[in-house]
Ligand binder design. Structure first.
Ligand SMILES: Nc1ncnc2c1ncn2[C@@H]1O[C@H](COP(=O)(O)OP(=O)(O)OP(=O)(O)O)[C@@H](O)[C@H]1O
Length: 696
């Protein structure tokens, strides 16, 4: 049989053997067609089903012909149901293998349930051997008795449960036939069974054993083995009281199953699942999305003719059912595909454009090499080989703006522009060397060891020295600095990521050129141990002009092996705050230096540190006072004429001035909500003020 073309609804009829206790041998009322193995005649009516089994059929033959194909469908993820329907005592429980007694457990009499489990476990083992997929097999056992559902494996099996919650009943793992026998024994002990005139061991309830197959991804498929209680005539069973009520409930349940099947077969829009507890529980099995196999058990006795005809009619109506579980699977797969597509689209929409490009196609992530002392720097994006057409600034901007808000982007662009303008003298390397070669006194030198930036001023007459890596030291103190190996992934002033020492050093060297190399406002303390190399540690107390600020603070690694000289330097620099935007401040200092140069054209630079310092302070204060006066007195038009102040800022300044009754200090001006960090810096720079000097 081709399992792929398996009909979703399959019906088989099984004739029960003569009941010996009736004590008489009579011809069977069921006549099987000798030509076709699937047709039978009862009371001169022909019935055609998928299979018609004589009373002599073995359990194995029945299983192989009717049930085994379903196991394959369970493995494909479908909901499958095998249902035994018929008169009481016709061998429903026997066929389904719901009993756990010795006779039933012998190989020959094994019913559908144990054979099914055996097949399933074999397939699971084979699958797990071939693939890494894990499949959990477990089973639940419930009964519907007197219109109430009971979980037979629960700790309190006598407590009824909600029929709609039958999915959440107790499940026990199954790994072998022994597990199943234990499960059936446990469940049958709690199941309602009674001796009747028709059956010594008659089930008084409908029972459902469900084998659950749970895959690794959470996908669940189930095989339901349903042993319905037998239909019975109240008069024939001779029941009274509770037993009579049981019979009424059983018949009600069977009638509701009948109505559901009829409604489905007739294609009704509304299916009366809620008519009984039994159909409520079986709702998932009796939908168009599951495979259903019905075994109709009939009696050969003439005295049971009406029940036999009733059973055959039910089987016939079940045969008319049109189920389409494949369609459900297709629609499930379609839904899954759509969901995946939606997720991908959402992800793509959320991903910034720059990230959507495949990284390897244009860029390479590289971990920068460790420094001499083992300190690791940040990650860099190596520029792509074919990016010559892309301006450097644009590349930097694209990368640095990823994930920024529009406002932050604008600010970043302003900063970048400012920085790029300052970086303009690209020939800094040669300029720096020429500066060193000149031996300019008073020039600002920068040490760039271990990503630290130190501002030093050589003593008068001493050479300016760039402290380099050991590698560079081998070329002598004035060895050429290496070009930066890569473009920083993020803009240094936006994100706190340390720059590679060489790159940082080069930048600082470029900015150094902005200074007047003959005079500096920076005064250093007495010569320290590094004087010999021209490097001077900077102390905060001796740095009146520059209050260095830096977003990325770099801590020295205490575990590093350092020479005593370096340790001394580290101590002196401890607590020092540095800024990547040093040039902004240095520019201001350069203006100051220019001014002082004009006023101090006589006298040695080295011998007048204190006077120079005081003069610098005086000059700065004068500048600030002048600027503050202008802010306090000028009207809007005049304010616009000041460098760095536009119409909006001027208007805001006037409004704030009126509100406050005048500005008391530049700090008060700085704290106005009209400035961003960048705009305040640019205004200060444009007016020759240092934005970081303590305001008056
Ligand atoms: N094909 C068969 N071969 C051998 N024994 C059978 C067969 N069918 C039924 N029997 C025997 O008949 C008896 C009644 O069968 P079973 O309990 O399965 O009937 P039932 O339809 O489940 O009845 P009820 O609906 O009252 O529970 C059992 O002892 C069973 O072993």
């Amino acid at each position: 049989m081709e399992y792929d073309k398996l009909s979703p609804v399959r019906v088989g009829v099984r004739e029960a053997p003569f009941r010996s206790f009736l004590g008489r041998q009579e011809p069977s009322i069921v006549h099987f067609s000798p030509e076709a193995g699937n047709s039978l005649v009862v009371d001169q009516n022909d019935y055609h089903f998928d299979h018609a089994f004589r009373s002599t059929v073995s359990q194995l033959e029945l299983y192989g012909a009717l049930i085994m194909p379903l196991v394959g469908k369970v493995f494909c993820g479908f909901e499958c149901t095998v249902m035994a329907y018929g008169q009481t005592g016709t061998g429903k429980s026997y066929s389904m293998g719901m009993t756990a007694d010795n006779q039933a457990t012998s190989e020959e009499h094994l019913g559908v349930l144990p054979r099914c489990l055996c097949d399933i476990l074999d397939r699971v083992a084979a699958k797990q051997e071939n693939t890494l997929e894990r499949i959990q097999v477990s089973a639940s056992y419930i009964e519907i008795y007197n219109e109430k559902a009971y979980d037979l494996l629960a700790a309190t099996p006598m407590d009824p449960m909600l029929a709609s919650r039958s999915d959440s009943c107790t499940c026990l793992p199954l790994a072998s036939q022994e597990d199943l026998q234990r499960l059936l024994q446990l469940g049958n002990n709690n199941r309602h069974v009674r001796r009747t005139n028709m059956n010594a061991n008659s089930s008084r309830s409908h029972a459902i054993v469900t084998i659950h197959l749970r895959r690794q991804g959470g996908q669940l498929s189930r095989m339901n083995i349903v042993d319905l209680a037998g239909s019975e005539g109240v008069r024939r069973t001779g029941h009274k009281g509770v037993a009579r009520q049981e019979g009424v409930s059983i018949n009600m349940g069977l009638l509701s199953v009948n109505k559901v099947v009829m409604a489905m077969a007739a294609g009704h829009a509304v299916i009366p699942y809620r008519d009984s507890v039994l159909t409520t529980v079986l709702q998932k099995s009796l939908t168009s999305q599951s495979y259903l196999t019905l075994l109709a058990c009939i009696s050969p006795h003439a005295c049971d003719l009406s029940e036999t005809i009733s059973t055959l009619r039910f089987a016939k109506s079940a045969k008319r059912l049109r189920l389409n579980p494949q369609q459900l699977m297709m629609s499930r797969n379609h839904q899954l595909q759509q969901q995946q597509q939606r997720q991908q689209q959402t992800l793509a929409a959320r991903t910034p454009h720059a990230l959507r490009r495949p990284l390897t196609s244009s860029t390479t992530v590289k971990v920068s090499r460790p420094t001499q002392h083992g300190a690791q720097n940040s990650y860099y994006l190596m520029p792509p080989k074919n990016t010559k057409s892309m301006p450097l600034m644009q590349l930097q901007r694209t990368r640095s703006e990823m994930g920024l808000t529009p406002k932050a982007k604008k600010r970043a662009r302003e900063e970048l522009q400012l920085e790029m303008t300052m970086d303009a003298p690209s020939d800094s390397h040669h300029s720096a060397i020429s500066l060193v070669e000149k031996g300019c006194s008073g020039a600002v030198s920068l040490s760039n060891s271990e990503t630290e930036t130190t501002l030093v001023e050589p003593l008068s007459g001493s050479n300016v020295t760039l402290k380099q890596d050991q590698e560079q030291d081998s070329n002598g103190p004035m060895g050429p600095p290496q070009p930066p190996p890569a473009i920083p992934l993020f803009h240094s002033s936006l994100l706190s990521i340390a720059e590679e020492p060489d790159s940082q050093q080069q930048k600082l060297q470029q900015r150094q050129l902005l200074f007047d190399n003959t005079c500096s406002p920076i005064v250093l303390p007495a010569a320290g141990p590094l004087e010999m190399s021209g490097i001077q540690p900077l102390e905060i107390s001796d740095m009146p002009v520059l209050r260095v600020r830096r977003s990325a603070r770099l801590n020295f690694n205490s575990n590093r092996q350092q020479s005593s000289t370096e340790q001394q330097l580290q101590q002196n620099q401890n607590g020092l705050r540095r800024s990547m935007r040093l040039a902004v401040k240095l520019e201001s200092a350069a203006v100051t230096a220019n001014h002082l140069l004009a006023t101090q054209n006589s006298g040695s630079a080295g011998g007048s540190r204190k006077r120079l310092n005081a003069a610098t302070k005086r000059w700065i204060n004068k500048q600030r006072n002048t600027f503050l006066n202008q802010l306090n007195t000028a009207d809007e038009r005049e304010l616009v004429k000041l460098p760095g102040i536009g119409r909006k800022t001027a208007c805001s300044l006037v409004m704030q001035r009126n509100r406050l009754g005048g500005f008391q200090s530049l700090r008060q001006v700085q704290q106005l909500p009209i400035w961003t960090h960048v705009t305040w810096n640019s205004v200060c720079s444009a007016n020759g003020l240092d934005p970081y000097v303590k305001c008056m």
